[in-house]
Design a protein around this ligand. Structure first.
Ligand code: PTJ
Length: 243
């Protein structure tokens, strides 16, 4: 039990969610290490959504709304940390959900699918047979389903840089959520949200509900004004205490 008064209660609770997710077979062993890396960056950001992330979250929702076939890609960490929030976002922006794992095991894929189903997903993709391949990618992440193959915008919370790059090379727009503003994923994505997935996903759903009726005006503006490279440079400045 973490005492209510502990100053970093929320962060410590997330660790336990991940550990439980690992015990349930949702999270890969390396997922625990990846979480620790994210946690270190989150500490540097003050464990809150910074203004640059807010801006990226708005632009990302605009991009999802304007997409023809948006897809949200889910891995083990995301399935453990925020399954219900993923379902709410998918509903709000009308996106498909595809399970895509770096350390792919069909058994884990099925457990993640069951967790998402419990959270309310009716139809999901990427479980079991995967008829398509992302070109130029040798990891298991290359194996994809029709949904991702046909997508024009893909949201990849917690990702590997090589797949982000390969998806961009396929002509897709990639929205990444990554607490490390200097990762290859962050640099290669079309829009990078430097925020914890547990904050970013609900923030995006709120944005979607707020701007739903104003699709063509407010949406286009936030999208048009967004410059990923400049935004990331600001995040790095913030981490260094320069702003
Ligand atoms: O479930 P699988 O098999 O697909 O495996 C998932 C992991 C996460 C193990 C796999 O994708 C991996 O190895 O990822 P990396 O290369 O370690 O990258 C993870 C990135 O996510 C790092 O840059 C972390 O800083 C970042 N990160 C970790 N936790 C969070 C995060 N970003 C946002 N929110 C988090 N909670």
């Amino acid at each position: 039990m973490i005492p209510k008064t502990h100053p970093r209660k929320a962060s410590l609770e997330l660790r336990h969610i991940l550990v439980e997710g690992f015990k349930k077979g949702l999270v890969a062993q390396a997922g625990l290490i990846a979480h620790g890396r994210g946690e270190a960056f989150d500490y540097l950001l003050g464990e809150k959504t910074i203004p640059e992330a807010r801006k990226a979250e708005e632009a990302a929702v605009a991009m999802l709304f304007l997409a023809k076939n948006p897809v949200i890609s889910v891995n083990g960490n995301v399935a453990a940390l925020c399954p219900k929030e993923i379902v709410k976002l998918a509903e709000a922006v009308d996106a498909k959900i595809e399970v895509n794992l770096f350390y792919r095991k069909v058994d884990r894929e099925k457990k993640i699918a069951a967790e998402l189903k419990k959270a309310g997903v009716e139809k999901m993709y990427g479980v079991g047979s995967k008829p398509k391949r992302v070109k130029g990618l040798s990891s298991h992440r290359a194996l994809i389903d029709e949904a991702l193959w046909n997508s024009d915008v893909v949201l990849v919370p917690l990702e590997d840089g090589d797949r982000t790059e390969a998806l961009v090379n396929m002509g897709k727009k990639v929205i990444a959520i990554d607490l490390n503003p200097m990762s290859r994923t962050s640099k290669k994505a079309t829009i990078t949200i430097v925020d914890n997935v547990v904050r970013a996903i609900p923030n995006m759903t709120k944005n979607a509900r707020r701007i739903e009726g104003k699709r063509n005006t407010e949406l286009m503006e936030s999208f048009r004004n967004f410059r990923n490279k400049d935004n990331l440079a600001k995040v790095v400045k913030r981490v260094r205490g320069k702003i």
